[in-house]
Design a protein around this ligand. Structure first.
Ligand code: HEM
Length: 460
């Protein structure tokens, strides 16, 4: 290439680059402006906030806060700048973030008609189109009703209780010799075993180990960059899902074959059978005991031994202080810290406009960790729940670990029951000292060092 032509090329490149930057900047400002003004008649009422950088918006600080020990700091910072409801741009979408319990309540209560679930792409890719979180209208209601009816049924709870006792017994019997226990691993294994049993009647063995292994890989991709190339986390998780589905399909086919052959099932054993038979049962009332001290678990155990009685599932959830401990754990743990929705039409809540097609992030974590709703929110204080009835700040709109409205978690009672059983056997069999540890919130909530404890058996 001659001097002139390479010089021309350099000049040309400068022009192209300069032009590119100009177009890019104009595009950015046009794009930003359009996000403020594309709402026609309702212009000007969109909550305040920043849309951040083109394309990535404020995603990087959102994720960085998620990895920190205080994931709600992303919300807190913006709440102090713009108010309880603010605008942002996350994971490729303009979004309205609500840390206001009243707004969250309206979002939860208007499922289907105004808001539909709208989770990040990695989640929807992994859960797939047939996930209940992607169902709407009458189909969602029907599937929710079937699953909920089954999960709340006293028969299932009785069965889960026996299984939990068995699993916990096997696990805790080995603790005497170990002394050092990774409590997170133990509880995860127990909960997983019981869940897979409840869903598909899978017993300990090769299949269960396969489920555990693949599920671990699957869950890693729930919040990640939505890139499906070989080697990426999403790709690996999708492959794990394929392998999981293959096994699930085999299990369902076997059950179907049996059902077709025999015409009906004598007893319904798991969620898959509920869905195949399309039948469910309603839950019953829980009797609460008047005790309210931390000794209640010991008291229950002594009573059971004295009367030579077996535990029934209602025993475990009748202990009010234990329920307070679980409430407080759910409040601070924020396992599901927010739900994601999309507005089907323009809607105004408390003076905030949520334009059609915009995404809404109803942040439960921010409400649970707000000192306006909970005094000293960073302090683990189960006693606060004893005053719950009198405290105006601790009403149900301020406590939504299981969501609300039509999509209220159907596994709510079962989860609480499982934790109650575990806590009962833990506090009545062992004393423990915990090593220092802290919560990691991304991509799922867990303890950084798997929560190591040193246990000492107690005699009763
Ligand atoms: C501590 C444990 C759990 C927590 C914190 C939790 C939390 C939640 C939340 C917040 C939602 C609402 C999602 C939304 O509105 O978009 C939900 C939905 C759901 N949960 Fe749970 N959950 C737990 C355990 C379980 C268990 C054990 C099961 C089943 C055995 C379960 C099954 C479901 C289902 C099927 C839905 C979808 C309901 C629908 O969209 O109609 N959950 N859960």
């Amino acid at each position: 290439m001659s001097f002139e032509s390479s010089e021309f090329c350099r000049l040309d490149m400068k022009w192209i680059l300069g032009f590119g930057v100009l177009i890019g900047t104009m595009g950015y400002y046009w794009w930003k402006k359009s996000q403020y003004t594309n709402t026609g008649a309702s212009d000007g009422k969109i909550p305040k906030g920043s849309l951040g950088w083109p394309l990535i918006g404020e995603t990087l600080s959102f994720i960085a806060c998620g990895y920190s020990s205080r994931p709600v700091s992303f919300m807190e910072k913006r709440r102090s700048l713009y108010g309880k409801v603010f605008k942002s741009h996350l994971l490729g979408r303009p979004i309205i973030v609500s840390t206001d319990p009243d707004v969250n309540k309206v979002v939860l209560q208007n499922n289907g008609s105004i808001f539909i679930p709208y989770y990040p792409k990695s989640i929807t890719e992994l859960l797939g189109k047939s996930s209940i979180l992607q169902m709407n209208g009458s189909l969602q209601k029907r599937v929710h009703g079937l699953i909920g009816g089954f999960l709340r049924s006293p028969q299932l709870k009785a069965k889960v209780t026996k299984q939990m006792e068995l699993s916990i017994g096997l696990s805790m019997n080995t603790w005497k010799d170990k002394k050092l226990i990774y409590i997170q691993e133990e509880t995860r294994n127990i909960a997983f075993e019981v869940l897979v049993k409840v869903l598909m009647s899978v017993n300990p063995g090769e299949d269960l180990e396969f489920f555990k292994r693949e599920y671990r890989e699957f869950i890693k991709g729930l919040i990640c960059f939505p890139i499906k190339l070989p080697g990426s986390q999403l790709y690996k998780s999708l492959k794990a899902k394929e392998r999981l589905l293959k096994l699930v399909r085999n299990i369902v086919e076997e059950k179907k074959f049996k059902l077709d052959k025999e015409g009906k099932l004598d007893t319904i054993k798991d969620v898959v059978e509920v869905l195949l038979c399309d039948a469910g049962e309603d839950g019953n009332e829980i009797q609460r005991l008047p005790l309210d001290s931390s000794e209640e678990n010991m008291e229950l155990k002594r009573r059971k031994i004295q009367l030579s009685q077996e535990y029934v599932w209602t025993d475990y959830i009748s202990l009010p202080f234990t329920q307070n401990v679980i409430n407080e754990t759910l409040r601070m743990g924020n396992i599901i810290n927010a739900v994601w929705r999309k507005a089907l039409k323009d809607i105004e809540i408390k003076g905030y406009l949520i334009p059609k097609e915009w995404c809404v992030l109803a942040s439960f974590g921010s409400v649970h960790m707000d000192d306006k709703n909970y005094e000293n929110p960073c302090q683990f204080d189960p006693w606060r729940w004893q005053k719950k009835q009198e405290q105006s700040g601790t009403t149900s709109k301020n406590f939504t670990p299981f969501g609300g409205g039509q999509r209220l978690c159907p596994g709510l009672e079962l989860s609480r029951l499982e934790v109650s059983i575990f806590l009962h056997h833990l506090v009545t069999r062992y004393r423990w000292m915990a090593e220092e540890d802290f919560i990691v919130n991304f991509p799922t909530v867990k303890m950084k060092h798997k929560m190591l404890i040193t246990v000492t058996p107690i005699s009763t």
